[in-house]
Design a protein around this ligand. Structure first.
Ligand code: PEP
Ligand code: MG
Length: 756
């Protein structure tokens, strides 16, 4: 008999038992008989979780009196180990295994070989199915697969017959259910509590046995085709933007997606009578076991990729393709993902999204900037997060301390709650700074403005008392729409923003699309094929060639600001002529509006972002043309260090607070002295206290920062003496080998200035 035929026979017998009107215990008794017989195994036993212990529920071959008597803790003996690790064991000699625990009441001493598989329900082991044999031999692959299939059927039975309590099924075995902590890198500070949800949700398999094998095969074929298409298209998605690690992952994906062996094994599992979903999962369980046996860290990494892909395949088969955002968040949520794009994050409901845990991510990736703007804490570089966390786990996220506690104990949750309350108090204290003007101790007024990008962000202006919006990222509207926002929609947004801002200035940055902010409807042909999108066809470069786009935006801005002041800023200016060309688009539109007797702004102030280092060398030419200059340190620093801001491998590598960066920035400030140009910083670094100290110390008097940082930075400003600070900075900048971060921290702490 072929392997598939024997598996099919087992499944047919199981089908009959499951379909019978017998009570659950009777069915379990039958199942152990069927398995024992088909695998010619002297022993077959089923252990199920009851009151936190694995209890022998049915057996063929062990002493019948041990049923409902023998109980093992999770992690105890081989059975406990299987449940604990949720993985299969296959041993020729059970006694030789260090975890072997002998239970005299079972009479199992005469058996040598042992194989067991976990019975998994909602990603947790709720029981174990095992076989034992007198001969010391390892079980064959087909036998293990038969066990895995049976375990899946049993999990369906357990779910339907409520053999284990729902609570128990959802709780983990004590050891694994115990709190686990996860480390990473702080990407957006803050605390959050919520239930874990995967950005790419996992599918719960509800039907294991197929009604129509051919139909299942068809479903899998179609899913494979679709998955291969998706993989081929993935390179353009944010989750898999260009760059080192991602490309490797993508290559591995391709390798697996086109792997004949994988699709053949799934097909064989379908032959044995499983549904498409169950077949994919069964093959996956088997691969998992093999990979663990090989115990090679490189392979383990690849295993993650295969898991990803298998999840993707199951989701396609099951027709559950949407992200957690598309399915809607029902509770306060901590979102888990390998990586996200800014547009993907923006799809989430802000009220429910309490935090994000990424396995990758870096400080200035746009998704992180968006999260910061949304006020959502983000823990990044959290290796292994998707393995440790399960859907629905409670999570205490402390992104400030760069940790998350998964499945916390009651005490932990309580302690966290207290910290959370304290931090909210602190936030409230900062909110009280709203009406306090940021004068330094020496009496200089610092402009503390905020960054924004969406209509909703504008409420922060009144809440924080920021001096205005120093950077309004107009591309956010483009990122959140499925199609290019028409001029009327842009106009409406800009008008609303200006209305909310009242007398306070708002600096609109023209669209900065491209790089890690790709939009499908604009990418065609150009940005999509960039090998280095950050240095590619983005921002002003793209806008100047897509003249229609720039014109529409210019018109929308000019009309929105009719009768008021308009501040426009161009991103990624690399050469002076680009500024001229962009300004010309606006001037042309002003002329057009005038000719058509339409109202225009009372005054238009033009500014440029300094993000491309080369521009710093032509400031003598550029400054006379500008009203203001804003240094975009996110991009500038990536170019100065030649370190991709979105590349997770470089996330911790280069420090903004380094002598070369600070020397460069200081030269920029000095270049503006004597001009009428107002110079400021609108990159993320201005919102961090130590970095802000350094920037103020080299002469910047305007910072535009994330709203949450406005309070803390205002407080910082009020505690410093600029002469003293700039002297210290001058001293450090003269010594190229000084550790600026440490020096500044010590300087601040000596003066009892809080500046972590
Ligand atoms: C910057 O580059 O510093 C900046 C503020 O622009 P963005 O982060 O949107 O690229
Ligand atoms: Mg930028």
């Amino acid at each position: 008999m072929t392997a598939a035929a024997s598996a099919r026979q087992i499944l047919t017998s199981l089908h009959e038992v499951m379909a019978s009107r017998m009570h659950a215990q009777g069915k379990l008794d039958q199942v152990v008989e069927i398995i024992g017989e088909n695998l010619t195994s002297e022993v077959c036993s089923i252990y199920l979780l009851r009151e936190g212990m694995l209890e022998l529920f049915a057996t063929r071959g062990l002493n019948a009196s041990a049923v409902h008597v023998t109980r093992l803790a999770i992690g105890e003996g081989l059975t406990g180990l299987i449940a604990d690790n949720v993985e299969t064991l296959n041993l020729a000699e059970a006694k030789a295994h260090p975890d072997f625990a002998y239970r005299p009441e079972t009479g199992e001493e005469k058996f040598h070989s042992f194989a067991g598989v976990p019975i998994v329900y909602r990603e947790r082991a709720v029981g174990v199915l095992c076989v034992q044999h007198v001969d010391p031999r390892r079980y064959e692959d087909v036998e293990i697969e038969a066990l895995q299939t049976t375990a899946m059927v049993l999990s369906e039975l357990i779910a339907n017959a409520e053999l284990v309590d729902e609570e128990e099924a959802l709780g983990l075995p004590p050891e694994k259910s115990g709190p686990q902590s996860l480390g990473g890198l702080t990407l957006v500070k803050g605390l959050g509590v919520g239930i874990a949800a995967f950005h790419q949700p996992r599918v719960q398999i509800t039907q294991v046995m197929a009604d129509d094998t051919e139909a299942e095969r068809e479903r899998v074929y179609r899913a494979f085709d679709k998955m291969r298409d998706q993989i081929d298209g993935l390179a353009n998605q944010a989750e898999f933007g260009a760059g080192g690690e991602h490309e490797e992952v993508l290559e591995t994906y391709k390798m697996f997606a086109y792997d004949e062996g994988w699709s053949r094994r799934i097909n064989e599992a379908i032959d044995s009578g499983l549904t498409a979903e169950a077949a994919i999962e069964r093959v996956q369980q088997h691969t998992r076991m093999r990979m663990r046996e090989i115990d090679d860290p490189l392979l383990a990494d690849r295993m993650h990729d295969l898991e990803d892909l298998a999840n993707r395949l199951v989701r396609i088969v099951a027709g559950q393709i949407g992200t957690a955002a598309q399915q809607g968040l029902r509770k306060d949520t901590i979102l888990i993902a390998r990586n996200l794009g800014p547009a993907e994050l923006l799809e989430y409901d802000r009220r429910r999204l309490k935090g994000v845990i990424l396995e990758e991510g870096s400080l200035t990736a746009h998704v992180v900037i968006v999260a910061r703007a949304m006020g959502v804490p983000v823990l990044g570089r959290a290796k292994g997060a998707r393995g440790m966390i399960r859907d629905g786990d409670e999570i205490l996220l402390d992104a400030t301390a760069a940790t998350a506690t998964v499945r916390p104990s009651a005490q932990m949750a309580e302690a966290f709650e207290q910290r959370f309350a304290k931090s909210k108090e602190k936030q409230a204290a900062y909110a009280e700074m709203r009406d306090v003007e940021p004068f330094t101790r020496c009496g200089t007024r610092i402009q503390v403005m905020m960054n924004a990008g969406l209509r909703d962000d504008m409420s922060a202006l009144a809440l924080t008392g920021a001096d205005g919006v120093g950077l309004f990222r107009t591309e956010f509207q483009f990122l959140v729409s499925a199609t290019l926002p028409q001029r009327e929609r842009q106009l409406k947004l800009y008008r609303d923003v200006l209305d909310t801002a009242g007398n306070k200035p708002v600096v609109f940055r023209t669209v900065d699309i491209g790089g890690d902010k790709s939009v499908p409807y604009l990418a065609s042909g150009i940005a999509a094929n960039d090998e280095n999108p950050a240095m590619g066809w983005r921002a002003l470069r793209l806008a100047l060639t897509r003249e229609g786009l720039m014109k529409a935006q210019a018109r929308a801005l000019l009309e929105a600001a009719a009768g008021r002041s308009l501040y426009v800023m161009f991103p990624m200016v690399s050469e002076v002529w680009e500024f001229d060309a962009a300004k010309a688009v606006f001037e042309e539109q002003i002329a057009f509006l005038r000719t058509n007797k339409k109202r225009v702004p009372e005054h238009v102030y033009y500014g440029a972002m300094l993000e491309v280092p080369a521009l710093a060398e032509t400031l003598d030419l550029l400054l006379p043309k500008l009203s203001f200059l804003s240094v975009g340190t996110n991009d500038l620093t990536q170019f100065l260090f030649a370190a991709d801001r979105g590349n997770p491998a470089l996330a911790e590598r280069y420090d903004w607070l380094s002598i070369p960066i600070m020397r460069f920035l200081k030269r920029v400030v000095l270049a503006t002295v004597g001009s009428n140009v107002d110079v400021g910083v609108c990159g993320e670094m201005g919102g961090r206290r130590l970095e802000a100290l350094a920037l103020l110390g080299i002469g910047f008097r305007r910072l535009s920062i994330t709203p949450a940082a406005v309070g803390p930075i205002k407080e910082l400003v009020r505690r410093i003496d600029l002469a003293e600070l700039s002297q210290a900075m001058d001293r450090w900048l003269a010594q190229p080998d000084v550790n600026l971060r440490e020096e500044l921290a010590a300087w601040a702490s000596e003066r009892e200035i809080e500046a972590d």
